[in-house]
Design a protein around this ligand. Sequence first.
Ligand SMILES: Cc1cc2nc3c(=O)[nH]c(=O)nc-3n(C[C@H](O)[C@H](O)[C@H](O)COP(=O)(O)O)c2cc1C
Length: 192
Amino acid sequence: MSTNAEILSQIIRNRRSVFPEDYIQKEIPIPIIEQILESANYAPTHKLTQPWRFTVIRKGAKAKLGEELGKIYQSIVPSNKFLQKKYDSFGQKTSQADCILAINIQFHEDKVPNWEEIAAVGCAVQNMALTAEALNVGAYWSSPPLIDHLGAFLGLAENEKCYGLFYMGYHNAEPRQANRTPMADKVKWLEG
Ligand SMILES: Cc1cc2nc3c(=O)[nH]c(=O)nc-3n(C[C@H](O)[C@H](O)[C@H](O)COP(=O)(O)O)c2cc1C
């Protein structure tokens, strides 16, 4: 029998970013989406500001998001840099995914610095990614610069900002090894 630590370690190590091209057309049941979201709520948070906010984008709203990303791309990219393939990719990815969570942050500048809110949301998203892995749901955090312009589409308040799109879908991706350099290269021990 595996210990909790072994199970946790296996989920952490097996989690990979799984991209929309590997998703299959199979609906993620709402209780599963809720279970993934619920994990976010257990992330650590300084002064309990709980800054994570999510917008669940499913069904017809995915096509609307794809169109919106295309419109934003068209409006910010200089016409000589416009790539039709890139433009088309927004609609493709949003239709390949079964569910997309807009990762939003509500800032509380009177309580904690913004970096602490961003760090807390990073923890929340990792909780979701690990839960998705445990439930065999593929997911990845997408952060194109276009997300800076999604506030109106998502109906965000003044003190809220979108930090990414968490694409999710059941998938057929082959398991892959994590691509990492040794941890020993990144750790300094002070003991004396
Ligand atoms: C904050 C954040 C933003 C990311 N943005 C993107 C992105 O815009 N496009 C992308 O392909 N991957 C993005 N990723 C996923 C990384 O590419 C991925 O985590 C990395 O390649 C390591 O692979 P793994 O997640 O399978 O271990 C992002 C990850 C994080 C944590």
